[in-house]
Write a protein that binds this ligand. Structure first.
Ligand SMILES: Cc1ncc(COP(=O)(O)O)c(C=O)c1O
Length: 393
């Protein structure tokens, strides 16, 4: 930790814990202390730590072929693209290495599509206040939260912000310069903000009327986390573009931008690229993860375990009225809007062997693996209750 202070750029405030081993929903630190991991590596380890199928694929692919380049056909990349297309609205996929890169690709796609379909002055992307889309210059600008912008100006142009869950505000903001709307179906980092049921259908309608693209950032909500493979499935409408990363390869870096044929065709050879994106290793793991999610019906499991966890959190809210303002979220992406400082609750949970996340201003965020057993759900809720009780005492 002394070397960490000396040699790492201090971009994150780290907890005084070094995690060294994991299995399923459990992790151990360098002192041998065991924790229940309800962070899932920030909604990444959907199949849990060291899932035998994931480990098997990694071993096999690492010993067969790790990396070539996109000048060659990569069978695993083709198969993962087909699997994603077979299980979504999309026809085509571009693979990258992170969520931010997946969103960068979406932004580039939208601008090129709009120029080819609406005129040279159409390039603006409208995003929602409180959203989160990444840390590269374009995606941090798409992230309509000034606290992430401070000090990095000048920011790239062509982004406009409106209030989340406000269709009227969006309608007013769309003009002849707009290319697309980019939005999370549920705001994750922003505080587990769930919009009204009519919001996504309303967005679809406004985008269709204006002839602009609807792009969903499902980097946190995708891969079964909200109880369906993609969160848009709850809404009855489909997007034109969708981005996914985080859980797609259970921790091996990967990002993917999914699009309809009509939109995807604007990326012609030479217009975009990547060295690592879609390499045999990350896409082989992606196939294993996505196929396992589908075969083992893990989105349904996330819905059931999410209901169980939510029930227990609502019971906690009853018991700790002064400490819990609201429980919100969907499936296994849940937030507890707290009265006491969330940092104190996170620390009290950690002392009791439970790792949790924060979000928004003062929200405790839970994103456990989708394979979480019932007894771990119950135990996590009991620890949170104990932590809240101890802080009040
Ligand atoms: C909704 C959403 N979009 C984009 C990102 C950025 O992903 P990455 O950190 O892989 O670049 C995140 C990360 O938290 C996210 O939650």
């Amino acid at each position: 930790m002394e070397w960490s202070d000396k040699h790492l750029m201090a971009f994150a405030k780290r907890y005084p814990v070094a995690l060294v081993r994991g299995e399923g929903v459990r992790v151990w630190d360098s002192d041998g202390k065991e924790y229940l991991d309800f962070t899932g590596g920030i909604a990444v380890t959907a199949l849990g730590h060291c899932h035998p199928k994931v480990v098997g694929t990694m071993r096999e692919q690492a010993a067969t072929l790790l990396h070539v380049s996109n000048y060659f056909h990569i069978p695993q990349q083709i198969q993962l693209a087909k699997l994603l297309a077979d299980h979504s609205f999309a026809d085509r996929v571009f693979f990258s290495n992170s969520g931010a890169e997946a969103n960068e690709t979406a932004i580039k796609l939208a601008r090129k599509w709009a120029k080819e379909h609406g005129g040279s002055d159409r390039g603006d992307i409208i995003t929602m206040r409180g959203g989160f889309h990444g840390r590269t210059l374009a995606t941090v600008t798409a992230t309509a939260q000034e606290k992430y912008h401070h000090g990095f100006e000048p920011l790239p142009g062509g982004f406009k912000y409106v209030a989340f869950n406000d269709l009227k505000a969006l309608e007013r903001a769309i003009d002849s310069h707009t290319a697309a709307v980019l939005v999370e179906p549920i705001q994750g980092e922003g505080g587990i903000n769930v919009p009204d049921d009519g919001y996504l259908p309303g967005l679809r309608k406004l985008c269709d009327e204006a002839g602009i693209l609807l792009m969903l950032d499902e980097i946190q909500t995708g891969m079964g986390r909200t109880g369906t493979l993609w969160a848009y499935e709850h809404s009855g409408v489909t997007p034109d573009v969708l981005t996914v990363a985080k859980a797609l390869a259970n921790g091996v870096p990967i990002g993917a931008t999914l699009a309809t044929d009509e939109v995807a065709q604007v990326l012609t050879p030479g217009t975009h690229g990547t060295t690592f994106g879609g390499n045999p290793f990350s896409t082989a793991v992606g196939i294993t993860v996505l196929a396992t999610l589908i075969q083992e019906r893990l989105p349904e499991r996330a819905a059931a375990m999410g209901r169980r966890l939510r029930e227990r959190l609502l019971a906690l809210q009853e018991r700790h009225r002064g400490a819990v303002k609201e429980v919100r979220g969907r499936g296994l992406l849940l937030g507890i809007d707290l009265v006491p400082p969330v940092g104190d609750v996170v620390a009290a949970c950690r002392e009791r062997g439970l790792l949790v996340l924060t979000a928004g201003d003062n929200v405790l965020r839970l994103a456990p693996p989708l394979v979480v057993p019932e007894e771990s759900v119950d135990r996590a809720a009991a620890i949170i209750g104990d932590a809240l009780g101890a802080l009040r005492a």
